[in-house]
Design a protein around this ligand. Structure first.
Ligand code: ADP
Ligand code: MG
Length: 715
């Protein structure tokens, strides 16, 4: 009898050599192999008769190999094979498939799956082009002879058949998996323990685990194929929910553990409220009011705050963060503000100083490029508690700063995500856990927020400050670039400034046609914009050169800034109202959105011009259309997520995305929400969940899911 943890070597048909191939796929235990699910199913329940096929349909047939051959045409080799059922025959054609020439023998039984089409020769004959095939039976093969005839028939035809991805460079075929997994299921213990509490199972109508595995591999005869391919069957639903339930349970436990720690209960009173009001240079928007209240309510709790503040570029996160800082400082604590880059840290410092120093608060900046003596002195001020707001890069503050009494940490993530790192800093203080506010300018679709930041509370700034006029976005082909440059000149003549952005720095062999920033800077400067002052900004310039160029642009000494995507982050020049993006088809959606966020910051009407050159793929069209249609960051983020998938969306895998076996975040949002609700419920000590059931779920989580989900610290 096998159980889930049995090594796969004990499964019939798996020896040491095959076990090694499986190991490459991460399969070591029976449970892993059970999660090797078919990617589709084929209906060989009632394999179709050749005489009932119609052009245009997808069909699955089982037939006998009659004749075949490789034909050279002028364009490519064709492999043609005729298969038959009694007197009916059907032609199959594969392009460029020389490798098939030794694969078949007359008399073999094959299963074929593909699209039925009218043959070119118009004789009303049908054919299947490029069908997927599987050799079911080879009467000439000794091994096949000796194997039990009725066995292959029960597995390969007369039922809905699971199709698996082959492994080991084709050594382990779909057919191999079918046999081995079928055999394994026969030997599997009849009852698999289920750690999901019964009340949750009932509410979600989950079938039991044993049956879920059985059905996911070998659906019941009678199950409709269409339903199997498209929808989540009860079997799949069970497996997906289980995966999401334990993830959410882990996140919820982590969150509870954090809440149970001693934090700082900040106080507010009339005096402190007045101090906060005093720093405001403008009237906060309704959204800013609401979000500040959410933050302050957290800060007043004796448990540590862990809050994520999402707000599109320009939504006014900074002032909210500074208000929170004032509350902490008025309570006698220090505040750290960490930015992803030195440029951003400096920018935060400049605006924080303007806002806070008049009110008498002491703000310091700590950057890597500062001179050593100065840094030492700043550190001293921080350690002594003299510095009240400390601004620097993430790395710098985390690594080398000792605070006297740190109460609040503000992390400006912009659009990078250092999910796990963000809590490191907390080790610095021996007293209470400081509150943490993470700010991000990338709207995170709710599904991802629930998985990635499930342990954080979330606030959203969903309203732009007043006085902004919406940005007009247009797309044009670069054959109309003359008009675009004319337009830019007009805007400059009216006193404004413009960005022109390129996807690469220099024209390289790889990039061929792409216009590069350096080259176009030369050209625009000497030709189209010869009467204007044109600047250049790219990632290979030194920090000093970049700063100087940015400063000149900010002062209005540069009219048109030609740039790569380095301007994406942290540039705030209200007088710039035109953003031209060349080869816009090459940029990702979030990137386009971030770039566009650089304009529309002043009172003047702003324009974003998306120029395309060369081929524009279907997906690129969708991206550009979305840009023209909406300025809503969440809508754009959703589409971006759909196009690129969760891993790419964050640009990096280390972003802490769980590595799901069955769940698909795009398809299974509803189950994710349900799992979160149920996991939360289970942990609130309800009367219908016993302590033993909770313990069992938590133990299962620790032994099965923690490592997988990077939740190792869950305690
Ligand atoms: P982000 O969310 O991108 O960090 P900022 O905090 O930099 O946005 O704010 C963008 C601009 O809007 C800044 O120039 C800021 O001074 C201004 N701003 C923010 N809130 C308001 C408001 N309530 N009224 C007017 N201007 C505001
Ligand atoms: Mg900001």
């Amino acid at each position: 009898m096998l159980d889930l943890s049995t090594n796969v070597q004990y499964v019939k048909g798996i020896g040491p050599r095959i076990a090694e191939i499986l190991l490459e796929k991460g399969i070591t235990a029976v449970e892993d192999l059970l999660y090797y699910l078919p990617f589709r199913y084929e209906d060989r329940l009632n394999p179709r008769g050749i005489n009932e096929l119609r052009a245009g349909e997808m069909a699955s047939i089982v037939a006998e190999v009659r004749t075949f051959g490789l034909f050279k045409t002028r364009r490519m080799p064709l492999f043609e094979m005729t298969v038959g059922q009694g007197r009916d025959t059907l032609k199959c054609v594969w392009f460029n498939a020389t490798y098939l020439k030794d694969k078949f023998r007359a008399g073999m039984t094959v299963a074929l799956y593909g699209k039925v089409e009218m043959s070119d020769f118009g004789r009303l004959r049908l054919q299947i082009l490029q069908p997927q095939f599987e050799i079911l039976h080879d009467p000439g093969d000794a091994e096949s002879q000796s194997s039990d005839e009725s066995k292959w028939k029960t597995l390969e035809v007369g039922r809905i058949v699971p199709i698996y991805e082959a492994a080991g460079k084709g050594k382990l075929t779909a057919r191999w998996f079918r046999r081995v997994i079928y055999g394994m299921l026969e030997q599997l213990q009849p009852d698999i323990p289920d750690a999901i509490p019964p009340i949750v199972r009932g509410r979600m109508s989950l079938i039991d685990r044993r049956r879920a595995f059985q059905q996911a591999h070998w659906p019941e005869v009678g199950e409709s194929l269409a339903k199997l391919q498209e929808a989540r069957t009860p079997a799949l639903l069970r497996l997906i929910f289980e995966e999401l339930f334990f993830l959410e349970l882990g996140l919820e436990l982590k969150r509870r553990k954090m809440r149970a720690q001693t934090g700082i209960g900040f106080e507010t009173n009339d005096e402190i409220r007045a101090a906060v009001r005093k720093i405001l240079p403008f009237r906060p928007t309704k959204a800013q009011f609401r979000v500040l209240k959410e933050i302050v309510d957290d800060m007043k709790q004796p448990s540590p705050m862990r809050r994520l503040l999402q707000g599109d570029v320009g939504s006014g996160k900074t002032i909210v963060a500074l208000e929170a800082a004032v509350i902490a400082i008025e309570n006698g604590y220090q505040v750290a503000l960490m930015a992803p880059t030195e440029i951003l840290a400096t920018q935060h410092f400049l605006s924080a100083r303007t806002i806070l120093e008049d009110a008498g608060y002491r703000v310091v900046l700590l950057t890597g490029s500062q001179e050593a003596g100065r840094k030492k002195q700043t550190r001293h001020h921080i350690a002594q508690g003299h510095a009240q707001l400390v601004i620097g890069t993430h790395a710098l503050i985390q690594e080398s700063v000792e605070f006297d009494k740190l109460g609040l940490v503000i992390v400006d993530e912009q659009h990078r995500f250092g999910v796990m790192q963000r809590f490191k800093l907390m080790k610095k203080t021996e007293v209470a856990e400081p509150d943490v506010l993470v700010m991000t300018a990338t709207p995170i679709p709710r599904t991802l927020a629930l998985t990635l930041y499930g342990d954080l509370d979330t606030s959203v700034l969903d309203e732009l400050p007043p006085g902004r006029t919406p940005i007009t976005t247009r797309r044009v082909g670069d054959d109309r670039s003359d008009e675009v440059w004319e337009f830019v000149k007009k805007q400059v003549a009216a006193g404004h400034q413009a960005y022109v952005v390129y996807p690469v720095i220099e024209e390289g062999a790889m990039e061929g046609e792409l216009k590069a920033a350096i080259k176009m800077h030369e050209r625009l400067r000497s030709k189209e914009f010869s009467s204007l002052r044109v600047g250049l900004l790219h990632g290979r310039m030194s920090a000093d050169e970049k700063d100087a160029t940015m400063a000149a642009f900010k002062r209005g000494e540069i009219h048109v800034l030609v740039s790569t995507t380095v301007i994406e982050v942290g540039v705030d020049v209200a007088n710039a109202n035109v953003m031209v993006i060349e080869h816009a088809e090459r940029f990702g959606l979030s990137q386009l959105h971030q770039l566009r966020g650089r304009i529309g910051r002043g009172a003047a009407k702003s324009y974003c011009i998306l120029m395309t050159g060369g081929k524009v793929s279907e997906e690129a069209h969708e991206r550009l259309d979305a840009m023209v249609r909406t300025q809503n960051g969440f809508e754009i983020a959703e589409l971006d997520l759909q196009q690129r998938g969760p891993g790419e969306f964050f640009g990096t895998r280390q972003a802490g995305m769980p590595n799901f076996r069955v769940a698909n975040l795009l398809r299974d949002r509803d189950l994710l929400e349900a799992a979160r609700k149920e996991a939360g419920y289970v942990l609130t000590n309800p009367s219908d969940v016993s302590k033993a059931e909770v313990d069992r779920a938590v133990t299962h989580l620790r032994s099965h899911w923690n490592r997988r989900y990077g939740l190792v610290e869950v305690g």
